[in-house]
Ligand binder design. Structure first.
Ligand code: SF4
Length: 432
């Protein structure tokens, strides 16, 4: 059976697709890059943003004709979109030609439903059973991103930020046993992986018996080999000095921290239910800068949250300027049905457009200035991919570096590169 997976959304979903691919490979399936030739198309969906949801439904709808013409062709819809209240009913009504709909906690049931003779829009969703399927999947995950590998440390989220649908669809926080996480890291390092990213919606609230995130991070970083350890995502309310100390004291933990600020206005942060203030955020930025040499911080910033005034927005710009993010993922607020903020007063499309344009302008300038500061420096780069005559890699603190293929280097090598030029968020260099 040839299968093709279409993935929407964040890194969490990209890694989930690797698990789905592993499940199908174990059953004798073969990954097919061409959707037209596949016997089974799996849509691994995401409902965090409206745009990803609309795109997924459009792409599913586009397969209706093919399904009508070929009854053996199968369509499966997985991912967090399926976990929304009323989703299965909507699919039955509008997309009855879809064969299988599975929730994020039931990926392992995919082979069962593929073999089921009379599928008829089979739906299997379990909102209460966060992540328990993955214990046996460590070695079965079909990874395609060497030298990088992702490792889940927890699932779900308890924070209920007022704009976010994750806690409703992914359920409450469930931390994986540290033994499983550390074994998976050991397995990956033995397999030759060079960079591991610990994944969770809010990694800093990891807790399993007497392990907290700080202890897990310290032990993971001390795995005895040279490799890079990253983690995402952190909520600033739980990120603290102890974690900074662990990063500082480890050679393997990368000096790049992704710390989503979302807004620089205390009033908006309160409405977002983020549970920190702009001042607390800036204190964390300062603590990172003072304690970790060469550290870079990236962030997520949202504009146009309901009721956001010009003053609120100017406080966000102020925070961006003071924080000097190496990079920021900027986006416009869009309401998600069922969340608290969906009932609040919208600021309108025009205002959002003007503010996002200004925010991007301010951040782009900072991004460019930070890149320019690399010129003339020599930095260790992990080669992550190649295209044409060039290698692409990243510095420990997360800057993308391009350099010409030479000296017999290969993907997965650590190379010292002298930075000769910069362009926006990327650098060019010469290997030494
Ligand atoms: S921390 Fe907030 S934004 Fe992040 S997943 Fe949890 S509820 Fe959503």
């Amino acid at each position: 059976m040839l299968y093709h997976i279409v993935t929407y959304g964040c890194q969490m979903n990209v890694h989930e697709s690797e698990k789905i691919a592993g499940i199908l490979k174990k059953e004798g399936g073969e990954l097919c890059p061409d959707i037209e030739k596949a016997d089974l198309v799996v849509f691994n969906t995401c409902c965090i943003r409206d745009t990803a949801e609309k795109r997924a439904l459009g792409n599913i709808g586009a397969l209706k004709k093919r399904k009508r013409e070929n009854k053996d062709f199968m369509i499966a819809v997985l991912g967090c979109m399926t976990q929304q209240e009323g989703f299965a009913e909507m699919m039955r009504e509008k997309f009855p030609f879809v064969d299988i709909i599975l929730g994020t906690n039931n990926l392992h049931l995919l082979p069962y439903y593929i073999k089921l003779k009379d599928k008829k829009n089979s739906v299997d969703i379990d909102r209460a059973n966060g992540g328990t399927y993955d214990v046996n999947l460590t070695s079965d995950t079909f990874r395609t991103s060497f030298p990088n590998a992702w490792v889940n440390i927890m699932y779900g989220c308890d924070n209920f930020c007022s704009y976010c649908i994750v806690p409703y669809v992914r359920g409450r926080e469930v931390s994986r046993p540290p033994k499983d996480v550390l074994n998976e890291i050991k397995f990956l390092l033995d397999e030759g992986y060079k960079e591991i990213t610990l994944l969770g919606q809010n990694v800093n609230s990891y807790r399993y018996e007497d392990y907290d995130f700080k202890r897990l991070l310290a032990e993971a970083g001390n795995s005895g080999k040279k490799f890079r350890l990253r983690f995402m995502t952190s909520n600033p309310k739980d990120f603290d000095k102890d974690v900074i100390d662990v990063i500082k004291s480890s050679d393997n933990i990368c000096k790049h921290i992704h710390l989503p600020a979302q807004s620089g206005s205390d009033g908006i942060l309160r409405l977002m239910n983020r549970k920190y203030t702009a001042a607390r955020y800036l204190d964390l930025v300062l603590a990172v800068r003072e304690n970790i040499e060469d550290a870079l911080i990236s962030s997520d910033i949202m504009v146009g949250f309901p009721t956001e005034t010009e003053e609120d927005f100017s406080q966000t710009l102020d925070l961006v300027k003071k924080s000097r993010f190496s990079q920021a993922f900027t986006f416009v607020y869009s309401p998600r049905s069922g969340t608290v903020s969906a009932k609040m007063e919208d600021v309108g499309a025009e205002v959002k457009k003007r503010r996002i344009t200004e925010l991007i302008r301010v951040q782009n300038k900072i991004t460019k200035e930070i890149s320019e500061g690399f010129k003339g420096l020599t930095r260790e780069v992990l080669i992550e991919s190649a295209e044409g005559d060039n290698f692409f890699g990243r510095t420990d603190n997360g800057r993308v570096v391009t350099f010409e293929k030479s000296n017999g280097f290969k993907i997965g090598d650590f190379v010292n590169v002298k930075i000769t030029a910069s362009k926006s968020s990327s650098l060019t260099g010469t290997p030494l």
